[in-house]
Ligand binder design. Structure first.
Ligand SMILES: Cc1ncc(COP(=O)(O)O)c(C=O)c1O
Length: 379
């Protein structure tokens, strides 16, 4: 089996599953309970806060544990919008954000907020100048993703952070769901105020994640309740999930440290071998995120290719179905101005540290044959 759909989700690491089970069995007390079981759970929770803070180079109380990327992005965007609406009602984002950002912004429009959806250039990258020109006195938030989930482009987070650092009334949120553990992001150095991470993209469990929120910021909570996580995210903490998330974060960062160029090597090999296959056009420009590569096979239905690969036990992705209004077109590829023959025929390969050169070799051989066979059928 070859699994090349790691940007959709990853296989949970055994160590992550082990930590989930151990914590579930041993520390099942409610961290808010006053008895020993509660205190033990609370201690583990505090430790998880500390460790997550250390891994991200931020303070422990700057971490809010969530159920994943969608919640993190909603909490950041709606949380800032509702807390600071008296200051202003303008938000800036890009046209190629994940639906959890775009749709949260659209929901805010219904509440009277004004959103600027910035275009990206033909390579899928946002220019800092475009952000600069869109800024207004009433802009309270800029929300830009670090790595695009469909095409793997890296956005100029450092430069946008530098632009915003002298504007204390405009906060900066970065969706780092696809970047964490793959492409470094120095939150403090880039003047990021809020950043989202999801556990299941880094061999953690679904339903786990966190939001970094710079100390001193207010957030209007999505969940009101018992006041857990300093009132910003009520609900009994998912302690086994939280501990397993920290484990997954530690493991992916160790992989990155020990094998710094591994994913780049895989990416380069895939790119070289894809170029040798007739009919393929690569959509991701060079030197972007190492784990994502998007390409089109104009004239071919991507679903047909996907299922033909699946029959040979190879798993890839078409564009994110949820990110396009037209069911068969990638909104991201449309936003970067590709012609329709490319926007409707795209496939995404996304690696993890577990993939190998041999898998790429085999994938390209199989893909070449599928295209050849399908061409014959199509006449
Ligand atoms: C860039 C990006 N942001 C947010 C999300 C949502 O994360 P989750 O699946 O944990 O809700 C995803 C998931 O694909 C993503 O790729």
């Amino acid at each position: 089996m070859i699994y090349f759909d790691n940007s959709a989700t990853t296989k949970p690491a055994q160590e992550v599953l082990d930590s989930f089970i151990t914590v579930s069995q041993t520390y099942y007390g409610n961290a808010s309970s006053a008895h020993r079981f509660g205190l033990d759970a609370d201690q583990i929770l505090r430790k998880a806060h500390q460790q997550a803070g250390q891994l991200m180079n931020v303070l422990e109380d700057e971490i809010i544990f969530t159920s994943g990327g969608t919640e993190g992005n909603n909490l950041a965007i709606k949380g800032i919008a509702l807390a600071y609406q008296k200051r202003g009602k303008h938000i800036i984002t890009s046209q190629i954000e994940h639906p959890s950002v775009l749709n949260a912004c659209q929901a805010l429009e219904e509440l009277g907020f004004e959103i600027t959806y910035l275009p990206v250039d033909q390579t899928g990258i946002l220019s800092v100048d475009t952000v600069k020109q869109a800024l207004r006195d009433d802009t309270i938030l800029v929300s830009i993703m670090h790595i695009n989930n469909e095409i793997g482009t890296i956005q100029p987070i450092k430069e946008i952070g530098a632009l915003l650092k002298d504007r204390p009334t405009t906060f900066f949120h970065v969706d780092d769901v696809q970047g964490f553990g793959k492409v470094e992001l120095d939150l403090k150095g880039c003047h990021v105020d809020l950043s989202t991470i999801s556990g299941h993209k880094v061999h953690g469990l679904k339903g786990t994640g966190l939001l970094y929120v710079r100390k001193g910021l207010r957030l209007f909570p999505l969940f009101h309740g018992g006041g857990q996580q300093t009132d910003r995210r009520s609900g009994t903490e998912n302690l086994p999930g939280i501990v397993s998330l920290v484990k997954a974060m530690r493991m992916i960062l160790e992989h990155k440290l020990h094998y710094p160029n591994y994913l780049q090597r895989l990416n380069k090999q895939l790119r070289t071998q894809l170029k040798e296959i007739p009919n393929i056009v690569i959509n991701t420009i060079e030197n972007q995120a190492p784990h994502i590569l998007n390409f089109s096979i104009p004239g071919f239905k991507p679903e047909v290719v996907l299922h033909a690969l699946e029959e040979r036990n190879i798993f890839v992705s078409t564009k994110s179905a949820c990110s396009s209004k037209k069911s068969d077109e990638s909104a991201v590829l449309r936003a970067i101005g590709l012609t329709q023959d490319r926007t409707v025929s795209a496939l995404r390969i996304s690696f993890s540290y577990q993939n190998t050169e041999g898998e790429i070799e085999l994938f390209c051989r199989v893909l070449k044959k599928i295209i050849k066979d399908l061409s014959k059928v199509m006449g």
